[in-house]
Each structure stands twice: as C-alpha cells, then as structure tokens.
Design a binder for this molecule. Structure first.
Ligand code: COA
Ligand code: MG
Length: 290
C-alpha cells in the first residue's frame, strides 16, 4: 500500500512491559500500535520489556494495525540492544527518540543494517536542538528508511520549560514547521499525545487542532482516546460529498482539458481534484478496516 494513503489516524502507545495492555491492543480499533521500551518503561524493566515486545510481534494477532517498537536512544545503556532486537523482529517500524539532527538518523539507519528491507524508521521530534534541523532531518528520508515523524510534546515542553496548556500556544510554531518539513519530503507526521485521558472533550479539541495543522493522525496513551481520534481524522461526509462532486465534474466531457472549473458555485482547480482523489481513497481504506 502507498504509505501516504494508509490511514494513520490513531497510534496507541503502551509500555511493552504491560502484558495486559499488549493483549488488549490486539482488539482495539487503532490504526497503529507502538510498543514502548523508552519513557514508559522503568530502567529495571528495560530488558524484560524488550523481550516482551519482540515476542508480541512474533506472536502477531494485530491484524491490519501497523506495529512499531519504540527503542531507547543509542546514547543510553539499552539502545544498541534494542536496535539489534528490533532489527531481528518483524515489526513494521522502529520508532527512535530524541533525534537532534541528520547524523542521529544516519546512526539509527546504520544500526538497522541487517533489518528486513521493509522495516521503516520512524523518529520522535521532541528536542529543542531538532528545531533548527528539521529540513535536514527530513532530507535524510531519500537515502534512509525514515518515513514518519511523531511529535513528542511532553519532552519538548520539558526541554523548553514551556507549559503544555490546552491551547498549546508555545508549541504552535514548532508544529507548523514540523508538518511543512515532513511534507516537503513525503514523510507522514503524527501529533503528540494528550495526557488528559479522562477528559475526552479536551482530547477532541486538541485532536481537531492537530487536524487543522495538517497532521495525519495523533499519538495516544489510552484506549478511550481511539474512537474520538479516529472520528476527527476520518474524512467527514461533507468533505466526501464535495470530493465526489469535484471528481465527477472534472470527468464531464465539457470539462476535459480545463484547469479550473465551477463546482456547486465554488472554484475547483486540478489541485483540488488531486486532494479529492486522495480523500476518497483514504476513506475507502478506512471503510475496509472499520
Ligand atoms: N494500551 C492498551 N491498553 C491500555 C492502555 C494502553 N495504552 N492504557 C490502559 N489500558 C487498559 C488497561 O490495562 C485497562 O484494561 P482492563 O480494563 O482490561 O483492566 C483498561 O485499559 C482501562 O485502563 P485504566 O484503568 O483507565 O488506566 P490505567 O490507570 O490502567 O492506566 C496509564 C493509565 C496512563 C498508566 C496507561 O493508560 C498507560 O500506560 N498509557 C500508555 C503510557 C505510554 O505508553 N507512554 C509513552 C508514550 S507518551
Ligand atoms: Mg519522550
């Protein structure tokens, strides 16, 4: 499947040390599952979590969901062992933390040398140092496995000493620049997590903000966040009706060879036709899963 047309509305993190959560993830309606070895796992549990993550992927049962394992950084005592274990697994992707610049991506690329060719490299965008390097990090996608970014807003807030308020004002410039840098190289990009997992109204507001900024989906910490997240990041009926009208209008013989036409009183250009075709394809793929 063209990875840019793949539904990536909801990516659920869970500590790989939590066997119950892993079992539950196989039944949840998220598009992606991220088995975490990093922030959600205490140092004394790191080795057990690594073994559990690799075993869970080998056991399978995740259906259409993309499975990633989030490794500890190569600058930690566990990173090298994590990368070696993940490279030997059948995970769809390895997610790497705290990427500062293009040299970090190259380091992870090299550590994945023996991994199956299809294994993707996903990166957390969550350090202050990465801000100035986003275009350079994105540019490595053409020569590495890099295909997706996830915003790490908790780490970013910690490093910036900024407040993670519901409106996320301190982070908005960073989010825009990250989406633009990712898109410039065809990299998919997911928004950060909302820690307030009991407040689904706050969650939905934040998810809608992420949709407005152009994210493909959002990373999640709790099963209750999945359905509202899928709803926000699925094309709406209104959008689909408009998209089908644009596609139908451009297919009319009298519109052949035209770059701009009138559809239901609004202008539609060939760029809108492309957007419409993408929207309809993504909606079809979502319907096939849901
Ligand atoms: N993935 C899968 N299942 C999860 C889950 C997750 N992220 N979070 C909770 N669950 C399960 C629980 O195991 C529980 O299952 P049960 O009904 O079969 O007993 C159920 O969902 C309800 O959980 P709840 O009691 O509401 O939450 P909790 O207090 O057990 O856990 C957290 C709260 C925040 C500790 C937990 O959601 C979590 O670990 N989230 C992920 C943290 C993470 O990975 N962080 C790293 C990235 S930021
Ligand atoms: Mg983190």
């Amino acid at each position: 499947m063209d990875s840019n047309l793949r539904p990536r509305r909801s990516a659920l993190y869970l500590p790989a040390s939590n066997a119950k959560a892993i079992a539950k993830a196989r039944t949840l309606p998220c598009d992606m599952v991220i088995l975490d070895l990093e922030d959600a796992v205490a140092p004394e549990m790191k080795d057990a979590a690594r073994g559990a993550a690799v075993a869970a992927v080998a056991e399978g049962g995740f259906g259409h969901r993309e499975i990633a394992i989030r490794a500890n950084g190569l600058d930690t005592p566990w990173g090298a062992a994590d990368l070696a274990a993940i490279a030997g697994s059948h995970a769809d992707a390895v997610l790497v933390p705290k990427v500062d610049g293009p040299e970090d991506i190259q380091g992870y690329q090299d550590a994945l040398g023996s991994a199956p060719p299809a294994m993707q490299l996903w990166a957390m965008i969550e350090t202050c140092a990465s801000v100035a390097n986003l275009p350079a990090i994105a540019a490595t996608a053409s020569s590495t496995r890099l295909s997706l970014w996830i915003m790490g807003t908790n780490d970013l807030a910690k490093e910036m000493r900024a407040q993670l308020t519901p409106c996320r004002t301190p982070f908005l410039p960073f989010l825009s620049v990250a989406v633009a840098a990712a898109r410039s190289q065809g990299i998919a990009i997911l928004d950060g997590v909302c820690n307030e997992f009991r407040d689904l109204e706050a969650f939905e507001t934040e998810a809608r903000q992420g949709l407005m900024f152009g994210f493909d989906g959002k990373s999640l910490i709790h099963p209750a966040q999945i359905e509202p997240c899928n709803a926000v990041f699925s094309p709406s009926e209104t959008e689909l009706t408009w998209a089908r009208a644009v596609i139908d209008a451009f297919a009319l013989p009298e519109n052949a060879g035209k770059g701009a036409i009138k559809v239901e009183g609004r202008m539609a250009e060939l760029l809108h036709l492309e957007q419409a075709q993408r929207l309809v394809t993504v909606a079809e793929r979502i319907a096939a899963h849901d």
